[in-house]
Design a protein around this ligand. Structure first.
Ligand SMILES: Cc1cc2nc3c(=O)[nH]c(=O)nc-3n(C[C@H](O)[C@H](O)[C@H](O)COP(=O)(O)O)c2cc1C
Length: 195
């Protein structure tokens, strides 16, 4: 057995899972601040801390981003074999489908591309944020499919993404609905031991 603190941290890591089903309740400011502050505790190459955060709670804007991404993703399906593309195309064509699962909070973690390890730095930051959300009773999920927002100069301007910054992690957060699927099982880690 480990110390109480170690068990708590390991338990938090084990219990985190992606949440894609939320109740209609806003996330309070103090929890958003705590999640971001957990993010910035991540290690960074040369201590450069090359991140910025865009916090979006405007439901209308979240829907517009979702609609843009859905249309852009539909275009990317053009070259796919129909049997792979068709089920996804059906989902994306459903006007009621939200790419962000109706989450009340969308956070973009941005990385400064002038810092050459920014992708690693911001990914570690996002991992901390997802863990922090989970331990604070919230749910979260990395929404890689929202990266296509980078193809919209209008949305990038509206999101006020500074020059030299790239979207690394689109994250959704919210209070989890009561019913959730179980966390996908992990395969045993293939480990090479060299003593
Ligand atoms: C880089 C990255 C991109 C992801 N993109 C999506 C996404 O676009 N949509 C989605 O529903 N989940 C996305 N996820 C969540 C994964 O599907 C999820 O982490 C994985 O299935 C394992 O489940 P767990 O997080 O519950 O352990 C993404 C996760 C990562 C790390």
């Amino acid at each position: 057995m480990y110390s109480e603190q170690a068990e708590a941290v390991l338990g938090c890591i084990r219990e985190r899972k992606s949440i894609r089903n939320f109740v209609d309740r806003p996330v309070p400011d103090n929890l958003i601040q705590s999640i971001i502050h957990a993010g910035i505790e991540a290690p960074t190459a040369m201590g450069l801390q090359p991140w910025r955060f865009v916090v979006i709670r405007d439901k209308g804007l979240i829907k517009r981003i979702s609609d843009f991404c859905k249309a852009a993703l539909l275009e990317t399906l053009e070259g796919y074999p129909p049997e792979h593309a068709e089920p996804y195309r059906k989902v994306l064509n459903d006007p009621g489908y939200s790419l962000f699962f109706n989450a009340p909070l969308l956070v973009f973690v941005l990385g400064d591309e002038r810092c050459h390890q920014y992708l690693y730095d911001c990914t570690l930051c996002a991992g901390n944020m997802l863990l922090a959300a989970s331990t604070l009773g919230l749910g979260g999920c990395w929404m890689g499919s929202a990266e296509v927002v980078a193809e919209s100069p209008d949305l990038l301007a509206e999101l006020r993404i500074p020059d030299h910054f790239r979207i690394v992690a689109p994250l959704i957060f919210g209070y989890p609905a009561a019913t959730q699927p179980t966390k996908p099982e992990r395969r045993e880690p293939y480990t090479i031991w060299i003593d």
